[in-house]
Write a protein that binds this ligand. Sequence first.
Ligand SMILES: Nc1ncnc2c1ncn2[C@@H]1O[C@H](COP(=O)(O)OP(=O)(O)OP(=O)(O)O)[C@@H](O)[C@H]1O
Ligand SMILES: [Mg+2]
Length: 451
Amino acid sequence: MSSVAHDRVPARARLLVVDDEEPQRVMLANILGRAGFAVVTAADGREALARLAEGRFDALLTDQRMPGMDGLELLEGARRIQRGLPTVLMTAYGTVSTAVEAMKRGAADYLTKPFERDELMVVIEKVLRQRRLEDEVVSLRGALRERYRLDNLVGASPGMQEVFALIERVSATDVPVLISGESGTGKELVARAIHQNSHRAAGPFVALNCAAVPESLLESEFFGHERGAFTGAVRTHSGRFEQADGGTLFLDEIGAMRVDLQAKLLRALQEGEIQRLGATAPRKVDVRILAATCEDLEQSIRKRTFREDLYYRLNVVPIELPPLRERPEDLSLLVDHFVTRAASKFGRGAISVAPEVLDRLQRHVWPGNVRELENCIERMVVLTRERRLTLRDVPPAVGRSAAGGASGLDGFELPLDGVRLPDLERHLIQQALGRARGSLGPAARLLGLSD
Ligand SMILES: Nc1ncnc2c1ncn2[C@@H]1O[C@H](COP(=O)(O)OP(=O)(O)OP(=O)(O)O)[C@@H](O)[C@H]1O
Ligand SMILES: [Mg+2]
């Protein structure tokens, strides 16, 4: 009596049954109800859409021929309300073309009337099973994303996991964030992720690189100007601040900003308003500020090139991106990510990576961090003709700068005239200390002095 299908579907899957003929509707509801489903019925398309808007269903079973809205139209409307809802169309015997059309338009399956009870159960069971699999894939994907990626950022190292957690926490707020890290560590990507995950995501994300705009133009770039505010100001110009209204303003290389402008920025942050050059009144703006720097701003404060009050204002939540060499766990994940991306960007099929290649990449110090790795991978993918990257594809300079191991100096020639060994040694030590941010242990390792 109880069908096989019944045991395999979730106990109370919710089905919406739509048929304009009452006896048919009641019969279907009875069969499906007895099989353990929660069944809701509707007599036409309009009523069905109303039911769909009220709650989630696991599948829709609808007659094709109905007055008003037919089954195919209902299928389209239903999809707009509940994405991914599997729909089974009931068509009359002999209307194969409608059934084909239904499948083309995304129906999960169809039943040709008249059909047997068992036929009905098999089809319903099949679409529900498929639906469950799809749900599982979506939630698995969600779980993966949670672990190793956030938007376009990937990373499994504890350092990056901490960065992900911070991004999630600050995204829910409007506090300023100061993102620091060496060049190419992903500062801009972090800023974009914060914006994307915040309530401002639908608003603009405006980036301004303070080091790239000539000093004389920075203020107007920032706050805008009225026509005639200065020679050359032929028309009114809204600054980046105003362009970012309702969204996020990303101030890149904030350390390069002139001190007098820093004072104006601080005022804008404190009062939530800005004044265009040449304007008589200030304007309100609603902007979230994210700033990035690869300089040590505390040192800039000591040198009086950065205002301490602005620093504390911006640095409410600091996010520090570790250099790539300090998170070797991330390398293979990043390589996979970039190989896949480059392969699709250049219209190539899947490309795999030989383990020796990963070893070689692991030995490189990556002074240009993730950006350098990304460029390196793109180059390898573009140049190879094979479907697998091997050592032959790795640029010769990569993996030679390794700490420890071979000297890395093979083939490296210095112009010897005038070089003094003690000077060279001092220079190397200073360089290693710089790269290790003054920590002796890592600097010694970089120089091969300890293991
Ligand atoms: N964790 C990461 N996952 C994936 N891609 C990354 C990651 N970090 C950086 N990238 C990529 O590396 C490149 C450099 O990143 P980004 O521009 O954000 O760095 P940056 O710190 O702003 O560099 P700079 O200081 O030179 O401006 C970008 O193409 C970015 O997509
Ligand atoms: Mg950047």
